[in-house]
Write a protein that binds this ligand. Sequence first.
Ligand code: BG6
Length: 368
Amino acid sequence: EKDGHDWFMRKEIYEQPQAVADALLGRRTPSGALQLDEMRLSEQELRDVDKIIVIACGTAFYAGLVAKYAIEHWCRIPVEVELAHEFRYRDPILTANTLVVAISQSGETADTLQAIRHARVQGSRVLAICNTNGSTIPRESDAVIYTHAGPEIGVASTKGFITQLVASYLLGLYLAQVRGTMFGDEITAVVNDLEEMPAHLQTLIDRKDEIYALAAELKDARSVLFLGRHAGYPVALEGALKLKELAYIHAEGFAAGELKHGPIALIEEGLPVFCVVPPRGRDQLHDKMISAIQEIRARGARTLLLVEEDDPAVASYADSVIPLPRVPVLLQPLVAVVPLQLFACELASLLGHDVDQPRNLAKSVTVE
Ligand code: BG6
């Protein structure tokens, strides 16, 4: 079943171009408008939404953080993102106009399930982003966007995560269409960008040997840091989580702007730091990231830069460059996460760990 691969996780990483293509299948009407087939909420209900709360656990929570950047930008609806177990027990403010979005690969995570039950009792609508047809969370939700990644066996989510990102973007674009916060051709342009993703992901996977060589070089690292900003910040968190759960190496993800408020104290000679560099654009994100990289490099960090190809500004600050295809900043998580998945999978494998079944973890946690 592993098709000749040593681990399901590796196979599932390589399946991501197809998973993203499947997640996008059938989302446009003949006239080019977006459609979501199990969106059982009416257009009026979606226009009435005045707040979105995304709830999830683990990797799915990081997909939720990306969703916030996209949905707030495209739809101008306030979006909160919260760990399901924290949300459930803090008396959150919920009304009939709150849309709760539950993201769960398995659809069975008890923390997330309890949270949606709580939200529905309070009268809020719940939309599930889920990979498992007919599982409990979508069954108990008002609407669902299935991610269509296919079965995911590796405990650490990869194609599940990447298709949660796709579903989150589709939700944001659909809300923008219904609420009129974007022009039709703007929505179409983003959908076109999404449809180019399978080819971009394949390019990254074809370059896997460079990442595997890096993993071999860094296999004795005792700690690894990850920096990002904007939509790259959740990618940094996800890169760190993957390394913790698979390789059992201390790893932390930080927002690059937060460095000077604390984490920079951790930087010492030779410490590997992955940096997700935002694409060059009209905003200052890219330049601010470059100055963060200069700061840590001056203090001895070994800088591993995930950066769009042919970015002339970074060469002199990079110990290693991991080239990314040129994509809009909001979509960059789709491409930036892939090298980090490959890195964690390979490093854990080199260390002799069970990549598919990391110690102490379960694929689906059905107890609170
Ligand atoms: C964890 C899994 O316990 O549950 C993670 O080990 C996963 O990989 C998290 O991200 C959430 O799971 P789900 O199925 O709700 O997305």
